[in-house]
Design a protein around this ligand. Structure first.
Ligand SMILES: Nc1ncnc2c1ncn2[C@@H]1O[C@H](COP(=O)(O)OP(=O)(O)OP(=O)(O)O)[C@@H](O)[C@H]1O
Ligand SMILES: [Mg+2]
Length: 370
């Protein structure tokens, strides 16, 4: 499928059948297989948008003219089938401006289909590294609003959704963009659905390794702070358009935190921003966003902030600027490298010096002056 960028489109999507839903007391629709097959031209290859760990995604248009995206899940075991039903039930009720809402589903025989609103501006990954990166440059304010929106979606999952949801797969391809470039975090809750022993689990972990919190990658320890870490990586990616994990000549891999650390130490924030922005960004916002990302990617999960704080900080930095002064102070402190090595101050702003000292390994060496 050829991707188009709907930079100026204000196309309104039809909301789910609210009158019917009110009567039924659930917010999603149960689709018939016939409807979905018709909408997607029998899952025609031309309708295929992409493929992920859970299955393939197809574009479609319903008989009412509504554009949809259908995720066709890979074959499932009976146990996974039960979980699918539970997850759909839970996820169908989760509603937030920055989460990709479930429009409906189909479950029958061998098919498990999930129907979402189609996002005309595709995923963040296509804008940062993919097909749309050349012809539709995301400007600075759009980048910051996508970052803030994504953070708000994750904060909702962590703190307001009932039961609370840990996403476990925050990454650029799971942030979709609507016609107004509002960020919609997708695929929350579905990480659990991957059956044990299925090969794509390994591929998935490999594919998203750059986003994984160290304690999750090494010991499988899952908590909200794993999502916070992944969000920090995503934030650095949004700012710099660097990939979370880069292969250096000689095959050595370098993660984005290792790449960014020397610039932060030198206070060379301008060099962190995507060069394609050609300097068109707010310097104070850039510094603040980088510092927030550094806090989120702290090697020790206990030192990472919660997503509510992250949202507040991002909003403070880009909106009302209530907190910008704190960030500025923190950055100013770090710019004087001689003072920092022995400074035990626990900053109130975005930099907790002590936390970096507790880190071990290459990361600690890389950040020891910070
Ligand atoms: N509602 C949607 N509207 C538009 N594009 C979508 C929609 N849902 C998914 N996509 C796109 O389809 C592609 C495949 O998505 P999918 O979620 O299956 O894989 P992924 O995000 O790459 O990996 P993962 O399985 O970890 O989520 C991605 O490029 C994604 O951006
Ligand atoms: Mg996805």
């Amino acid at each position: 499928m050829v991707l188009k960028c709907f930079c100026f489109s204000s196309e309104k999507e039809e909301s789910p059948k609210s009158s019917v839903n009110k009567k039924r007391d659930y917010p999603w629709e149960v689709y018939t297989l016939k409807e979905i097959l018709l909408a997607t031209n029998n899952f025609h290859n031309d309708n295929k948008i992409g493929e992920g760990g859970f299955g393939s995604v197809y574009w479609g248009r319903t008989s009412k003219g509504v554009e949809i995206a259908v995720k066709r899940l890979k074959a499932m075991s009976p146990k996974a089938e039960m979980e699918f039903a539970i997850e759909v039930e839970i996820l169908g009720r989760v509603r937030h401006r920055n989460l990709l809402g479930l429009r409906g589903f189909y479950a029958g025989e061998d098919e498990r289909l999930i129907v979402y609103d189609y996002m005309p501006n595709h995923s963040l990954i296509t804008h940062l590294h993919g097909q749309l990166s050349a012809d539709c440059l995301l400007d600075w304010s759009r980048r910051m609003s996508i970052a803030t929106g994504s953070a708000e979606g994750i904060a909702y999952l962590h703190h307001e959704a009932n039961p609370h949801i840990i996403h476990r797969d925050i990454k650029a391809s799971n942030v979709l963009l609507d016609s107004e470039f509002v960020a919609k975090v997708a695929d929350f809750g579905f990480a659990k659905l991957i059956p044990d022993g299925v090969t794509h689990v390994t591929t998935r972990v490999k594919g998203t390794l750059g986003y994984l919190a160290p304690e999750y990658a090494m010991w499988g320890k899952v908590s909200e702070s794993c999502d916070v870490y992944s969000f920090g990586i995503l934030l650095l990616e949004i700012i710099s358009t660097r990939k979370p994990l880069e292969k250096l000549p000689g095959g050595v891999k370098r993660d984005i935190v290792q790449w960014v650390t020397p610039f932060v130490q030198k206070g060379a924030f301008d060099q962190i921003a995507d060069p394609r922005l050609k300097g068109k960004f707010d310097r104070a916002e850039l510094k603040a966003a980088v510092m927030i990302a550094m806090r989120c990617t702290d090697g020790n999960p206990e030192n990472r902030p919660c997503m509510i704080d992250v949202v507040e900080w991002l909003k403070g930095a880009t909106g009302s600027r209530k907190e910008i002064k704190i960030v500025k102070n923190a950055v100013d402190e770090t710019e004087d490298e001689d003072d920092i090595e022995d400074d035990e101050t626990d900053y109130e702003g975005y930099v907790t010096d002590k936390s970096t000292r507790r880190m071990t390994g290459a990361r600690a060496v890389a950040r020891k002056k910070y």
